[in-house]
Design a protein around this ligand. Sequence first.
Ligand SMILES: C[S@@+](CC[C@H](N)C(=O)[O-])C[C@H]1O[C@@H](n2cnc3c(N)ncnc32)[C@H](O)[C@@H]1O
Length: 269
Amino acid sequence: MDINEYGYIKIKIRDLFEINLDNYKSNQMIRRLDGYISRSNTPNVEKYCHSLEHDQNEREKLLDFLTINVSEFYRDASHFEILQTNILPELLQKNSRLNIWSAGCSNGSEPFSIAIILEKLSPFQNHRILATDIDKNSLKKAQAGGPYNINEIRNVPDQILNKYFTCINGKYWLNNRIIQKVEFKHHDLTQTYYENNFDLIICRNVTIYFSDEAKKKINNAFYTALKANGILFIGATETMIDAAAMGFRKVSTCFYKKPDPVSTLKAAF
Ligand SMILES: C[S@@+](CC[C@H](N)C(=O)[O-])C[C@H]1O[C@@H](n2cnc3c(N)ncnc32)[C@H](O)[C@@H]1O
């Protein structure tokens, strides 16, 4: 795919899905799209784009391909362990009702894992868990609480599986009690509007596909969206090289704190 063809498909994707590929790593995206279109039965990018106009099924497939929406409950279980034993209890000591955002939540496995953990840590509290994604199909599955396949629930302990899930014909459905704890919304992280006042923001395996510039903007926006002492939880394969320059303090692998300016000032004297 040459640069003109990439420009052409970028416009098509923006018009069809409101996704701006300028925010994603262009070399990686060109390579992926090139392979994807070669595997389709169309001879070139222009014909492929034309086929998108009247083939709903192909549009759905392309959206799935672009958003890479794989997820699972308790993904990277050791980090969920840190979240459950250290991060959330510390946040709960400061604030009994938490405001949490799972950004790029895919099929809901991530925010639902948080909701299940909070059921255990503070069973009678009505926390707010906002979960957003650019992919409306993923959000539909999340809002329905399934169906989840065996891979998506493989890290869920049996006791939790029995308590909160129902298995129908080999597929797992989450109980309403947990579904209703999460508020799902469509949101594009590359847009400027972010809510704020969050105690915890979870954004894992989302910005790895973004350009360095877009990633930096998003992490800065997360910093602004967090309360003082709030935590940003990132993916296991991600690093935030410029975390300190943005103002974050690393508290553990994958966890970054927005320090409270008052205590930072006191510590300086
Ligand atoms: C690999 S999944 C990660 C899901 C979950 N956070 C996890 O780690 O299991 C990446 C998700 O990011 C979403 N995404 C990609 N670009 C986005 C954007 N610009 N704004 C919001 N979500 C986006 C995709 O739709 C997909 O659901």
